[in-house]
Design a protein around this ligand. Structure first.
Ligand code: COA
Length: 332
């Protein structure tokens, strides 16, 4: 049987920085409020002519280079995004494939909001274990600034842009394999976090029928409570199912939405500070890109070594959630 190994990571962060002080000039907020409630200090914003696919392709290029897998051996490209270059079609994955020089490879997008990276990891694992594909390029890429209402202080303080990518390859060595992935969804909570306009349902279901935009809308406080509850249950379940103790986790890489959410989950697992990867202060919430961007930070700091176990945990619009137990397994 083929197993799926997490071979490499790459990321791209756009140059422009939007600080809390900058936002305080745009809406009624303050650095103190944002820092205290979210832990976010700044976020990066893509240039006007810099698309989700541009960021995704840059992250992917790096991940492929670091994987030791030849570009022509990539046989599937999957992109998780809620801010595609074009809504509906073509998919951002196909545009990224062409930018990378992989024009004939199966490519598609998925929509699972901030859980996107865990979802595409599960897709890569399934394709590889079934024997259908050997080297899968997965990308979380977001230009959330394009769907953020910078007059809404409840959301504009949270989100940023960026991309992260990984190469997942077939291996017959079980020690290298992704151990387990749990995923779930519940549309009962769809209205907590949504872009109500622009889709086929918007004429009837729109929360804000006057608005004619793709801006995100969020019930922040309710989302916060469900996030803490769901994320905590998720990680406890996956550790118990696989008989792994929290002290065996080298890097807990949660979706970077809010420091207080991460702290609550980390405390529930009794994790030490050095086990918890935190990038929320400098990137804010980059949705599907947040987990691979965070893994890349650990990698580039020289702190991600072969065989080290990562626990990924995400939660997002849908609602969707997911967790994964992933050893870092670069090609030997
Ligand atoms: N600056 C200053 N005040 C703000 C503000 C801002 N940016 N945003 C909201 N407020 C105000 C509210 O208007 C409210 O004022 P009131 O008491 O006079 O009515 C007060 O702060 C409390 O609002 P509330 O929404 O209850 O704050 P909160 O503590 O829940 O924090 C979030 C708001 C958005 C930071 C928080 O709910 C959150 O992070 N939620 C989860 C978001 C998330 O993770 N989403 C993505 C999931 S992947």
């Amino acid at each position: 049987m083929a197993y799926a190994a997490f071979r490499s990571i790459g990321a791209y962060v756009p140059k422009k920085i939007l600080t809390n002080e900058d936002l305080a000039k745009m809406v009624d907020t303050s650095d103190e409020w944002i820092t205290k409630r979210t832990g976010i200090k700044e976020r990066h914003i893509a240039a006007e002519n810099e698309y989700t696919s541009d960021m995704g392709a840059k992250a992917a290029e790096l991940a492929i280079q670091r994987s030791g897998v030849a570009k022509e051996d990539i046989d599937l490209v999957v992109c998780a995004t809620i801010s595609p270059d074009y809504f509906c079609m073509p998919s951002t994955a196909t545009i990224i494939s062409t930018k990378l020089g992989l024009p004939n490879v199966q490519a598609f997008d998925i929509s699972a909001a901030c859980t996107g990276f865990v979802y595409i990891l599960s897709i890569a694992k399934a394709f590889i274990e079934s024997g259908m594909k050997k080297n899968v390029l997965i990308i979380g890429a977001e230009k959330l600034s394009a769907i953020t209402d910078y007059e809404d202080r409840g959301t504009c303080i949270l989100f940023g842009d960026g991309a992260g990518a990984a190469v997942i390859s077939a291996t017959d060595n079980k020690d290298e394999a992704i151990i387990d992935i749990h995923t779930g969804a519940d549309g009962e909570f769809a209205d907590l976090l949504m872009t109500p306009n622009g889709g086929s349902g918007s004429a009837h279901d729109s929360l804000d029928q006057e608005a004619n935009s793709c801006f995100m809308q969020m019930k922040g406080n309710e989302t916060f409570k469900v996030a803490v509850r769901t994320l905590t249950k998720d990680v406890v379940d996956i550790l118990e199912t696989n008989n792994i103790k929290s002290e065996d986790i080298k890097h807990f890489v949660p979706h970077q939405a809010n420091y207080r959410i991460i702290k609550a989950v980390g405390d529930a697992l009794k994790l030490k500070e050095e086990q918890v990867v935190l990038t929320v202060a400098k990137y804010g919430n980059t949705s599907g890109a947040s987990i691979p961007m965070a893994i890349n930070d650990v990698y580039e700091a020289g702190n991600l070594k072969a065989g080290e176990l990562m626990l990924l945990d995400a939660f997002g619009g849908g609602l969707t959630w997911g967790s994964a137990l992933v050893p870092f397994s670069p090609k030997k």
